[in-house]
Design a protein around this ligand. Structure first.
Ligand code: ATP
Ligand code: MG
Length: 391
């Protein structure tokens, strides 16, 4: 007897009504996209579950893909059958014989209240037939096999295993954010964590040719191809940053160069976010890692934008960020030795507590506004798509 459906659970939603409907609709669409390489699968959306009808596809392959779809809390391979009790007894006996173990427990849920037999009686009937036809024993506390039966209007579902999935929210229900993507380890991980919360990312990168070479862009594309697993299409905006950077180093004290450079980055991210209808900005900043990531620095840098700035890895240890980078397979790409615009102009003594007033004073030395406008006018846009990464 082969399982023919996968039951997709999204856990107890705190959202109700229209939000819940949106959640399920978006999740069903994302599941469909994620499974687009399989032929013949059907997706059925019900009130509190989504079902993937396997139609002969290999269940393990499908489960593998589903385990990474945001918003899915757990999955079960299920057998759909007629709810008639005699049939249920037969099916449950067959299915439990395929399992390994000496002890079992049965759980029954009667979601369809018009079903004539109450849950306790369903359990009694099915347990009886298992006890008299196998050597299995009942163990209600620590069973080897937990056989679950769910009676719903459209039929009965029987399953023995529940596999945890990644949780979170379906991509897209949280809107879109302007994410600052460098070629480093932290920002791809930060982007991934946002996607897990249902937020789509659009990326902004500050490029400083010829100080940074074109290899950096290839590196970013490779990173985003990895993230395509979670978001099938990502827009990358490349901002020409060289002129601004040169002017900063020309006019500002070296100890303030990083602070002012980052203020310019946030100004650009703010403008582009508004233009692209993103209500927030995000970055891979982690507190304490470098001079520009002290609280005082963040205060002085953040002052240029009134948009919320989300920093998903802000309080994570580097070892934990690296673990996640390995999990999502971006680590080996991130450590490729390409120069970043921050590493090129690395000052010897950057201020760890830059004052806002001083930063503003230095900025008055040059016309950064027109340089910001020029950079925005010359943004280069690339779309990185899932289909391209398969080529
Ligand atoms: P990462 O590993 O993400 O590069 P980092 O530890 O090297 O981070 P910084 O170089 O100070 O730290 O950068 C902090 C954050 O600022 C990055 O995570 C990224 O979000 C943003 N950032 C830095 N450089 C760039 C860049 N050239 N383009 C876009 N964003 C950048
Ligand atoms: Mg970096």
């Amino acid at each position: 007897m082969t399982y023919d459906h996968i039951m997709v659970r999204f856990g107890e939603l705190s959202t109700k009504g229209k939000n819940k409907k949106d959640f399920i609709r978006v999740l069903a669409k994302n599941i469909k996209n994620a499974l687009s390489d399989f032929s013949n699968l059907t997706i059925e959306t019900r009130f509190d579950h989504i079902y993937v009808v396997l139609n002969g596809n290999n269940p393990d392959d499908v489960l593998d893909v589903l385990q990474d779809v945001s918003g899915i809390h757990s999955l079960s391979l299920v057998y759909k059958t007629e709810p008639d009790i005699e049939n249920l007894k037969k099916v449950c006996l067959e299915l439990i014989k395929q399992e390994e173990g000496q002890t079992f427990k049965i759980k029954a849920k009667r979601a369809d209240k018009s079903y004539p037999i109450i849950s306790e009686d369903i359990i009694r009937h099915v347990a009886g037939v298992i006890l008299s036809n196998t050597n299995l024993k009942v163990d209600v506390h620590n069973p080897d096999i937990l056989l679950s039966i769910e009676i719903r209007q459209e039929g009965a579902y029987v399953f023995c295993k529940t596999i945890p999935a990644c949780g979170g929210y379906p991509l897209g229900v949280g809107g879109k954010i302007m994410h600052m993507l460098s070629g480093g380890i932290d920002s791809p991980v930060a982007g991934y964590l946002l996607m897990r919360r249902g937020i789509k990312i659009e990326c902004i990168h500050f490029a400083s040719p010829p100080y940074t070479n074109v290899g950096v862009i290839e590196k970013l594309k490779d990173l985003l191809r990895k993230l395509n697993k979670y978001q099938p299409e990502i827009r990358l905006n490349i901002i020409p940053f060289t002129k601004l950077q040169e002017e900063i180093y020309h006019h500002c004290d070296e100890s303030y160069a990083i602070t002012i450079m980052r203020r310019m980055m946030f100004r650009l991210a703010d403008r582009l976010a508004r233009r692209r209808k993103c209500p927030a900005i995000s970055s891979g900043e982690s507190v304490g890692q470098v001079a520009s990531q002290t609280l005082e620095s963040m205060y002085t840098i953040n002052e240029v934008t009134s948009l919320p700035v989300l920093r998903p890895v802000v309080a994570m240890d580097k070892v934990d960020i690296i673990k996640l980078a390995r999990k999502i397979d971006t680590y080996d790409i991130s450590i490729r030795p390409f120069e970043d615009c921050c590493t090129i102009f690395d000052p010897k003594n950057p201020k760890t507590k830059p004052s806002l007033e001083k930063a503003k004073e230095f900025e008055q030395m040059f016309d950064f506004e027109s340089l910001i406008q020029e950079a925005l006018d010359n943004v280069e846009v690339i779309y990185i798509k899932k289909e391209d990464s398969l080529l």
